[in-house]
Design a protein around this ligand. Structure first.
Ligand SMILES: C[S@@+](CC[C@H](N)C(=O)[O-])C[C@H]1O[C@@H](n2cnc3c(N)ncnc32)[C@H](O)[C@@H]1O
Length: 270
């Protein structure tokens, strides 16, 4: 075995979880770095990101910065085959994974090679800020941030305008619900009370600084929203989000909240 101590410990924990996990799909929310992603997503999120990219170009140059092992990027590549990612962690060595040739080892804080039609940044770790380098290499940024955990990844101060946004659960929101529901001994009553307090802290923001793109992006997302109501194609793991009370267009309860949240996955335009 060649993987590092870090990877070894993580795999040990994953193997142990697999022995008692009540679903094959829970691990992607418990071990997002190893087998999932930090933002919980549905196929409609992939289709929205793809639609925004294709509204800019029929063959968009697409980059995912900090793509991890590429869970989300793989899905995007089904529709944009030349999409690539960069990652500065030794994730492939640490976890003994084969590095796909479309993921490059590069530190976005130092440089991003080339220009892209769209750059996707799914989470910026606290203490890291490579927004300027991203802004220098694209006119369209799609980013996700986890309220209160990741760095606020806004791009207004880089000269961009936010065009659209929507809210989904983060891996932690999912993890908490799964732990409460399946892996903690609490009464149904307490579980229900806790579940009423559940939050969805992952925000998706779409930015551009070129006014010519604003209408195209809005139109592409409006088309997506219309199609989502009738097309039900999805990924197997989405059933876990439904099970945890994070349904498509679900309205989370106002208990314990000062402001009313938009429905989950509801696109709002700014
Ligand atoms: C919280 S993880 C998110 C990974 C993936 N986007 C996801 O949502 O599952 C943040 C990722 O950004 C990577 N990262 C952090 N700083 C980076 C940098 N300067 N250049 C490239 N990648 C970076 C980390 O190694 C990590 O994989």
């Amino acid at each position: 075995m060649s993987y590092s101590i870090k990877g070894n410990e993580a795999y040990k924990a994953l193997r142990s979880f697999r022995e008692y996990a009540s679903s094959l799909y829970h691990e992607r929310y418990r071990f997002p770095y190893l087998c999932g992603s930090y933002f919980a997503y549905r196929k409609i999120d992939v289709m929205r990101v793809v639609a925004v990219a294709k509204s800019i170009s029929s063959q968009p140059r697409y980059l995912d910065v900090g793509c991890g092992y590429g869970d989300f990027l793989q899905k995007v590549r089904e529709f944009i085959p030349n999409a690539i990612g960069i990652e500065n962690d030794n994730i492939f060595y640490n976890f003994n994974m084969i590095k796909p040739d479309y993921i490059y080892f590069q530190d976005a804080s130092l440089n991003i090679d080339d220009e892209f039609d769209v750059i996707f940044v799914g989470w910026m770790d606290p203490g890291i800020d490579f927004r300027k380098n991203v802004a220098d290499k694209t006119e369209v940024v799609i980013t996700t941030l986890d309220e209160g955990i990741s760095l606020a990844a806004e791009y207004e101060d880089q000269g961009f305008q936010k065009i659209a946004e929507w809210r989904t659960p983060s891996w932690e929101d999912m993890n908490i619900e799964l732990m409460n529901k399946y892996y903690t001994r609490i009464s149904k009553n307490v579980y229900r009370q806790l579940s009423d307090l559940r939050g969805a802290h992952n925000l998706w923001y779409v930015y551009s600084r070129n006014p010519q793109n604003f209408q195209r992006i809005r139109a592409s997302l409006r088309d997506c929203s219309r199609q989502e109501l009738s097309v039900s194609s999805n990924y197997n793991f989405e059933s876990i989000m439904d099970d945890c009370g994070f349904g498509y267009l679900e309205q989370l309860s106002g208990v314990g909240r000062k402001i009313k949240l938009n429905k989950l996955w509801e696109v709002t335009f700014t």
